[in-house]
Design a protein around this ligand. Structure first.
Ligand code: SF4
Ligand code: SF4
Length: 70
């Protein structure tokens, strides 16, 4: 995902993050999450009540399948 899109929606509680494609199971997203909001399931599952929309998981995903849904 383009960094300008990430910057636009960072900390916006009107959007959420989700896995939108073929996940490789690397869990870089979960490791990048400061809130420990991502369960290492397949696909990774986000607890939206813990999520601050910091977008670190989106930035960490090498396959760009962790995406901002808006
Ligand atoms: S970083 Fe991306 S590819 Fe890796 S586990 Fe998370 S969603 Fe899947
Ligand atoms: S946006 Fe931030 S707080 Fe939410 S799941 Fe991703 S890394 Fe964790």
């Amino acid at each position: 995902m383009k960094s300008d899109v990430v910057e636009k929606f960072k900390y916006d509680k009107n959007v959420f993050v989700a896995v939108t494609g073929k996940c490789g199971g690397c869990y870089f997203c979960a490791n990048a999450c400061p809130e420990r909001a991502i369960k290492e399931w397949m696909p990774p599952t986000i607890n939206h009540s813990l999520c601050t929309r910091c977008m670190k998981c989106v930035e960490a995903c090498p396959r760009e399948v962790m995406q901002i849904i808006y």
